[in-house]
Every structure is written in C-alpha cells, then in structure tokens.
Design a protein around this ligand. Sequence first.
Ligand code: GLU
Length: 376
Amino acid sequence: MSPHRGTTDLRAAKRLVVKIGSALLVDGDRGRVHRAWLESLAQDLADCRARGQEVVIVSSGAIAVGRRHLDFGTRVLKLEEKQAAAATGMIHLAHAYQEILGQHGMTVAQVLLTIEDTENRRRYINARTTLETLVRLGAVPLINENDTVATDEIRFGDNDRLGARVAAMVSADTLVLLSDIDGLYTADPGADPAAEFVPVVREITPEIEAMAGVAQSAVGTGGMVTKMAAARVAMGAGCRMVIADGHARNPLQRILDGGRCTWFLPSATPRTARKQWIGGSLKPEGVITVDAGALKALKAGKSLLPAGVTAVEGRFERGDAVLVRGPDGRAVARGLVAYASDDARRLIGRKTSEIEAALGFRGRDEMIHRDDLALD
Ligand code: GLU
C-alpha cells in the first residue's frame, strides 16, 4: 500500500502538483507578479524538494500579467486579446519563476499544454514522457494552458482542471489547489451562517456536488464547481487533492502547520488507477505478439523491447492501447504502444541499437514502457 493513501499529511506526497491561481500571484490592477509571495512559495517548494518530494507547478497569471504590457487596462477582453495577452504575459511569468526559484537552485522548465495534449493518445504520451524526463532530471516543470492557440471550444479555460489532468498524466499522488477559498463548505459561507466546513471528502457524491454549486469563489475563472471537476479527475487517477487558501505567505507550510483546507482522498493509488485505466477502459487498437523471453521480462516488471516482438497486427497510432499476446497466443497484458503500427512492424525482432537505422529517426528504446503496461 502506498504511504500517501488516506492521509491528510502533505509530507507523505512523493510527487506533488501545485496549482497557483492568478489572484495569488498577480496584482490584478497593475499586472505585476507578487514577488514576496512567490519568494515564500519558492521557499516552501525548496523545502519539499529537500524532503525528497518531486514538484510540478501549474500556474495561471499569463493573461493577468500580459494585459498590462499590452495596455488593455482592466476592461473585459475579447478572446483574441486574451490570447495576445497570454503570449506576452507568459514570458514575464516564466522569467519571474525562473529567477525566484533559481535562487533555491531550482531549474524551471516551461511547458504549455492544450486540452488535446491530454486527450489525443499520441500527444498525451509525448507530453507525459517529456514531463517524466524533466522531473527525473530534477527540473521543475512550470505548466500553463497554451492560451495563445487554445480557442474557447477547445480550451480548459481554468487551471483547476488542467492541474488535475496534469496530475493524472504524471501519476502524481498529490494535487494542491492554492486559491482564494480555504475549502469546501456545506453551503455558501457568505450567505448562510449555518454553513459548515468540510475537512475531508472521500467520494464526490451528489450531495458534495450540490455543496459546490453554492459555495463559489469570489474571483478567478475556477470557482468551486471546477474544483469538484478537478477532484473527480484527480481521485479517478488515484491522486489526492487539497484545496487551500493561498493568500498568505508560505502557503504550503500553512497546510503543513494545520491551516484550514479540504482534502479529497481517493481509494486507489496512482499506480493501480493507471493500470486499471490502461487495462480496463481503453479499447485495444492492435495486437503485439511477444516471444518467451520477452514474456518472462514483462512478468518480472520490465518494459517490452522491440527485440522480443514477433508479430504486429492492426492499425494503431503511437500512444494507442494494444493487446499483448504470449507465444501461445494467449493475452498477457495491455499497454500504450510507443510506435505507430507501420513503425512497430519495421521494428519486429530488432535490437534497440538498430531502431534509428530501421526507421530513420531515433524513437524510444521500448516498444511499450513498463509504466504503460498492465499485465492481465
Ligand atoms: N491560463 C490562464 C492564464 O494564465 C488562466 C486560467 C485560470 O485562471 O485558471 O492566465
């Protein structure tokens, strides 16, 4: 059992996604980054890393910062103006993060995602691999929506949901939503004096959703309804989530010190949830047959290398789910395949060192990475 399950201790996190709302980071009137606040967050993140925790940031604020540089004032922006504002604001935002986190020796890596990067199978596996690589190398990914290209019909629009998708994508065990509300109440605390605070949620029931419908956050694009949607995604991926008021300095330390917040605790771990997703919910688009040696390696928890593949059936894209069969034809696993079917066929029986010569590009070493495999 994973140590994080069921606990509301932030220290138990191994891989932490921290979502930062615009209102915390940016002075709305002047479009400036709150440097002292960001410095205090950087201290908290450095403390997390000193404890051995991996950190990923999902930050809003590009539009809020950028509108100042384009002299939009505080008026309501059209979509294309927001996109223009994000293009200039993101540079300033990323610069502020790099400068301030850099003082603690952290290297920040900017990653801008669209909703398609989390839904399209090929783009999903690309984004996941890059984020994994950054985290493994000790960098801190700084993620925002790619507002410049994402139009209304195809955008997340709020970073609560983006944060949850990112947490699921990188198999994070903890998602922290720092916002301007300290958690979930049974009713709108501003309107109903009988509203009670809810410290822990273990399942998003209709009752919980009804509570979220009334307890809205004052500013920001998110609000409690999007936070519930985020909680559903995170919990489905075996990731616990916490909503906390981030206004004060050192917002993560505040959670550790017992500050008020609402925890959403899933029943599964990220690993089991991911294996269930790969093994149960995705329709296999093809079949890969492996030899006895590869089958043994898979059962021992290893990746599937091209050398162990004896046949490829069907038409699939990189990132699609495929069925894996043993030498006797029996289904042994399902996995997300790292090559499209035409390339996979060219790699049958090849050594990893021969991939580039066979395909004309370097590609991945594995046909299916062990993290993308679910044994039957
Ligand atoms: N991606 C938007 C920005 O950087 C913010 C979305 C949100 O407010 O959650 O400005």
